[in-house]
Design a protein around this ligand. Sequence first.
Ligand code: DHB
Ligand code: MG
Length: 221
Amino acid sequence: MQQQWSDIDAYIESHLMPEDPILTQTLQNTADKGFPDHLAVAANQGMLLQMLIQMNQCKRVLELGTFAAYSTMWLARALPEDGYILTIEGRDTHAALGQENIDNAKLKQMVELKVGRAADILKSLPENFEPFDFIFIDADKQSYPEYLELSLKFSRSGTIIFLDNVIRAGDILDEKNVKPSIEGIREMYRLMQNHPRLLSSTALQTVGSKGHDGFALAIVK
Ligand code: DHB
Ligand code: MG
């Protein structure tokens, strides 16, 4: 099935995805530097992020897990020139690559990359930090429950929270799989269920060039 899923993603991309030199150069530089591409979002998912931001006229975006900053480019494309992105990356090698790609892109929006464990960085932000309109959680899956709670501290009513990789080819249903990353995702589902600060939540499974995975989406009450 994987070949067909990839072929269909390629078909969608060839019809609906824009030619954008910034996106192309980001992927090219990432490959040139020897980094894998499976950690990055697929283009059609990047476009979904962009459209959710556009639909809700978001201006302030938080991203946990920068990697190559390819998703950051999609987030930036959606923002007006006075938009702001705070993106946090825990791994030094990924942060260096992400910063290089951000610098090369010469984006008009302010994109601030901070290096360190996302939870530590979020805890170090002032309590009165202006809330984010859109939060993309895509860092270490083990910490998703903590990232969700911390995200809520920097949210307002209507903030959208998007969590990547919450299906993992069905590993979440495999009881024998007790990897911290999978347990973290399961705990995230339990936390989202009837969370007093969430208006509504869902998750969708996806297939495509990145395999079988999915994302969760929540709106802050
Ligand atoms: C992995 C992480 C991701 O965020 C992703 O989109 C795909 C894979 C990983 O850690 O394997
Ligand atoms: Mg991801």
